[in-house]
Design a binder for this molecule. Structure first.
Ligand SMILES: [Zn+2]
Length: 365
């Protein structure tokens, strides 16, 4: 028995030693990495960001929590807020994540023998064969979808005069449907809201395209009678809208607070927008999991800084992650700001209005 205890004791000790030496090793590795990073940054004339962590961790929030962010908003009159959003803010509206091959949407496309599922969103493929895209679009088109509490929270920010701009990766037009004015909106990956003839560039509306798509025909231009009308969503290999670059250059440097919701922050250049706010601008992530942190390679090259949630700096920090679904997070934030009931009222009123509109349209048909 005592022998057994000895063994256990030995094992425990050796585990501790291993743990110690691995953390020492990490330290050494870290300082080596730091040297290499500085060297590379110098050689490549990249910005030397050795002081970045210190600067970026300026203490701007009373505490690193949603309460700290709420106090910060209340204390900053005219707080300029930028919101950034991805597919996660629309999932509770029932909109499938169409870029994910596991969404089930791709099953209908088997008959088209796509080289790979993403080919649907490749311009070259679309020019040759637009049919699979429009088959998918039939299932995606905003029909009976309603904006979520999260969308209406963004609208409330605007109504309160706090929204500098909303940047979205979504093409579902739910922001517009929620009543956010177009000038407050940057649809980074384009939108279904409008479309254009690929040949003569004649513009078309969503309702025109929708009618064709629901009939199951490829929308053809009525001006030139030749071109296919493509919704203004950004395909792979296409440039992002000019509006995105123009406004991002202007907005991010002025923001007092960044709120990122329901995005995995992996698609570029959208993801690196988080690096473009000032170093003392707090950043709140509302998402199912922590995302957007710097990876080792970017750190080594001093390229992307990303979000820093678990700071070791004595200065505190500025990034807060609230983990959960976007609607719950936004309702909580609204409540803490004293707008809880207002948000619930707005959602109720707007959903009733949209249902009435849909019913009126259906009975008209
Ligand atoms: Zn045309």
């Amino acid at each position: 028995m005592s022998e057994h205890n000895d063994d256990a004791e030995k094992e425990k000790k050796s585990n501790e030693e291993a743990a110690n030496s691995s953390s020492e090793q990490e330290e050494v590795e870290h300082s080596d990495m730091e040297k290499i990073r500085k060297y590379l940054a110098q050689m490549l004339r990249l910005s030397d960001s050795s002081n970045y962590d210190e600067q970026s961790q300026q203490r701007v929030l009373r505490e690193l929590s949603i309460d700290g962010v709420v106090d910060y908003i209340k204390e900053n009159e005219n707080c300029k807020i930028i919101t950034m959003a991805g597919a996660g803010i629309s999932t509770s509206a029932g909109i499938p994540d169409f870029r994910s091959p596991s969404s089930g949407l791709y099953h209908n496309l088997e008959k088209y023998n796509l080289p790979h599922p993403q080919a649907i969103f490749e311009l070259d493929f679309f020019m040759e064969n637009p049919e699979p895209f429009f088959t998918l679009a039939r299932e995606l088109l905003p029909e009976g979808f309603k904006p979520t509490p999260c969308h209406y929270f963004i609208r409330l920010l605007w109504e309160k005069g706090l929204l500098l701009r909303h940047y979205t990766q979504n093409i579902d037009t739910l922001e517009r449907m929620a009543g956010l004015p177009p000038e407050k909106l940057v649809e980074a990956h384009g939108t279904f809201h409008t479309g254009r003839c690929l040949k003569c560039r004649a513009p078309y509306t969503l309702s025109w395209m929708k009618e064709k798509i629901m009939e199951g025909v490829v929308p053809k231009c009525e001006e030139c009678n030749e071109g296919v009308v493509k919704p203004d969503i950004v395909f792979f290999g296409e440039m992002l809208p000019e509006r995105f670059h123009f406004l991002a250059d202007r907005d991010f440097a002025q923001a007092d607070l960044l709120i990122i919701m329901g995005s995995s922050l992996v698609v570029q250049p959208f993801a690196s927008l988080v690096d473009r706010v000032r170093s003392n601008c707090p950043r709140l992530l509302i998402n199912k999991e922590k995302v957007g942190m710097q990876d080792r390679l970017s750190r080594l090259l001093g390229l992307r800084h990303g979000l820093i949630f678990d700071t070791r700096s004595s200065h505190g920090g500025r990034d807060v992650a609230w983990l959960g679904d976007c609607d719950t997070g936004c309702q909580l934030l609204a409540e803490k700001l004293g707008w809880g009931d207002e948000l619930k009222e707005l959602v109720k009123k707007e959903h009733e209005r949209l249902s009435a509109e849909t019913n009126a349209e259906t009975s008209k048909d």
